[in-house]
Design a protein around this ligand. Structure first.
Ligand code: RIB
Ligand code: CA
Length: 320
């Protein structure tokens, strides 16, 4: 029986790849995709979700619901330099030789139900069954916890792409983007009592997609691989210039893969909190993975990943 999943996303480039992986994983039934501001403004995020789903040309698509368009407390800070001004690597302005949009705006419209209402509704409908995979800032999740804590505790678990535990951050020496974008929301989620699994930079930086692999499948496979090549072109260029690698990190697809195949990762129990006020450390996931002396564990943190198994799974399901 596939696991029921809600994917909460700030659809940027790796989020789009995560959507493709979720929709093409037989272990997962995507009940809904909820959008949140983060990499890009909320309206781009919603469009990008629909555009990515249209690439799949799937018979049945999940409900798409809009969420929060700003963090709980902090100022908005998009990541256009990484994901493009449209959040999808610029593909929304890409044209073919005949001058027509390669990826026209999707005609689908999102649900009128807000993510912070939809998520608890589904958690209440499927108690103990539903897994929430959060691959953007946790603003929607925190709003849902504040609105309806009891039904949210009906979630089987929340898998969070976020944090940096025994490695450096990517938006500061100590903070990872999703947590840093809304640290107050992240702390609310840490205090929620819902089972949490963190998929942090410690493991997502090992989830690497090589530029040569992208080009190979784009030349040999079909439209899905061509879309991956098109939407990752700038994302790869950013990684080349700023991360010194010829490819890109698959942060969000790894979080989805954990929902499908938790055997791909090793986890340790830990107490996790989030710095919300430090001048230098805001957004830091504060935890000691070596011991539980600092409090009862509220999460499991991924500390290792079977890189080859993940890479094969991603290539077979998203690119081939
Ligand atoms: O730090 C990586 C995370 O920030 C990913 O979810 C990426 O999409 C960005 O949102
Ligand atoms: Ca994301």
């Amino acid at each position: 029986m596939p696991v029921r999943v809600i994917l909460d996303t700030d659809t940027g480039v790796d989020d789009a790849l995560a959507i493709l992986l979720a929709m093409r994983s037989p272990e997962i039934r995507v009940e809904a995709i909820t959008g949140v501001c983060g990499n890009t403004p909320l309206e781009n995020c919603i469009r990008n979700i629909h555009l990515t789903l249209s690439v799949l040309d799937a018979r049945v698509t999940p409900v798409v619901a809009p969420g929060e368009d700003r963090p709980l407390v902090r100022e908005l800070a998009y990541a256009g330099e990484i994901h493009g001004d449209d959040g999808l690597g610029g593909v929304t302005s890409q044209v073919d030789a005949d001058g027509r949009r390669t990826y026209p705006d999707p005609v689908q419209r999102p649900s009128t139900v807000h993510a912070a209402d939809l998520i608890p509704d589904l958690a209440g409908r499927y108690p103990g069954e539903l897994v929430l995979v959060a691959v953007g800032p946790l603003t929607n999740v925190a709003r849902a916890v504040m609105k309806d804590p009891d039904r949210m505790r009906g979630l089987r678990e929340i898998i969070i792409m976020g944090g940096a535990f025994e490695t450096g951050g990517n938006v500061s020496p100590v903070a990872e983007f999703n947590i840093h974008a809304d640290p107050h929301a992240a702390q609310i989620v840490c205090d929620s009592g819902i089972p949490l699994v963190f998929v942090p930079l410690d493991v997502t930086r090992q989830a690497f997609l090589d530029a040569g692999t992208i080009d190979h499948f784009a030349a040999e496979a079909g439209a899905r691989a061509v879309f991956v090549r098109d939407c990752t072109a700038r994302y790869v260029a950013f990684h080349r210039q700023n991360r010194g690698v010829n490819g890109c990190f698959l942060h969000d697809p790894l979080a989805v893969a954990v929902a499908a195949r938790e055997d791909l990762v090793t986890t340790v129990p830990a107490r996790v909190d989030v710095e919300t006020a430090g001048d230098l450390t805001t957004g830091m996931t504060v935890s000691d993975l070596r011991s539980d002396r600092w409090g009862e564990p509220n999460a499991r943190v991924c500390t290792a990943v079977d890189v080859q198994a993940f890479t094969t799974l991603f290539e077979e399901r998203v690119l081939a």
